[in-house]
Design a protein around this ligand. Sequence first.
Ligand SMILES: NC(=O)C1=CN([C@@H]2O[C@H](COP(=O)(O)OP(=O)(O)OC[C@H]3O[C@@H](n4cnc5c(N)ncnc54)[C@H](O)[C@@H]3O)[C@@H](O)[C@H]2O)C=CC1
Ligand SMILES: O=C([O-])CC(=O)C(=O)O
Length: 313
Amino acid sequence: MTIKRRKITVVGAGFTGATTALMLAQKELGDVVLLDIPQLENPTKGKALDMFEASPVQGFDSKIIGTSNYEEAAGSDIVIITAGIARKPGMSRDDLVNTNAGIVKSVCENIVRYCPDSIVIILSNPVDAMTYAAFQSLGFPKNRVIGQSGVLDTARYCAFIAEELNVSVEDVRGFVLGGHGDDMVPLVRYSSVGGIPIETLIPAERIESIVQRTRVGGGEIVNLLGNGSAYYAPAASLVQMTEAILKDKKRIIPVIAYLEGEYGYDDLFLGVPALLGGDGIEKIFELELTAEEKAALDKSAESVRHVTKVVNV
Ligand SMILES: NC(=O)C1=CN([C@@H]2O[C@H](COP(=O)(O)OP(=O)(O)OC[C@H]3O[C@@H](n4cnc5c(N)ncnc54)[C@H](O)[C@@H]3O)[C@@H](O)[C@H]2O)C=CC1
Ligand SMILES: O=C([O-])CC(=O)C(=O)O
């Protein structure tokens, strides 16, 4: 038996793509192919070479190449799609739907051709609808088409809780359900610090303000940056998902998954807790929700269905 190095392709070498490529290499999760459009081939090669030249200093053993040629991506175990435009202040993620749907579909045609056995993780926004578009274009089984939102939204939520209580982020647990929009559903009842329910530690009005800040967490960064959106925490989130798959860790984390009746929704990609391992999404967990939580999730699902209709033609 020959043991081969893993190969991960990141499509889109902009802020999130380049940051993701570096973090993947630093963790030695595999060799990395960073791919962008032909007009940006030289800058893409330059970014990849610059990262590779950091490897002797930091001591990581991953090759990183930059390209616009999908032949270089052939045989990738994982393909991460970050290609597309990002929003600017005053825009919603849904405003990106038409432009990014075209980009994601064209990227997927190449994935089908060059990486037919890969697991695909989608980041491009509006990500729930883009994951649906990718699923349609790829024709891959649902376990191999996964969107990223819940890891990031949960990270923001947990960071704000840790900040509120002045405790280590390592001890905060929680998660966020639903679409990657302003009506996402942070689940307060399932949130704890060192095993202690947050409702016993933080006053209700402060919890509500953390929930609200989480919902607009992406917009907070967009407004601060002025000309683009978040990329460090999004990249870290993609890396956590990639690691869970490549190491078959069987982690339970919120991801955007294809629902066929779960939570009462059908033919919809939405953020739900799932078991992530070597086969991609290996299981979806259906939590018992209160009437209030279910109503909030219904509202979020309805927003996602609305924008998904644009791509589902
Ligand atoms: N789901 C999530 O949680 C998050 C989603 N995003 C989304 O990710 C996307 C990328 O964000 P950034 O990296 O900040 O944007 P960016 O503008 O820095 O980079 C996007 C890159 O995609 C490339 N690209 C465009 N069309 C392409 C194609 N057909 N093939 C290959 N590459 C192509 C562009 O040339 C550019 O380099 C945006 O849609 C953004 O909204 C960003 C952060 C979090
Ligand atoms: O806000 C944006 O447009 C980018 C994104 O999805 C996030 O940072 O959550």
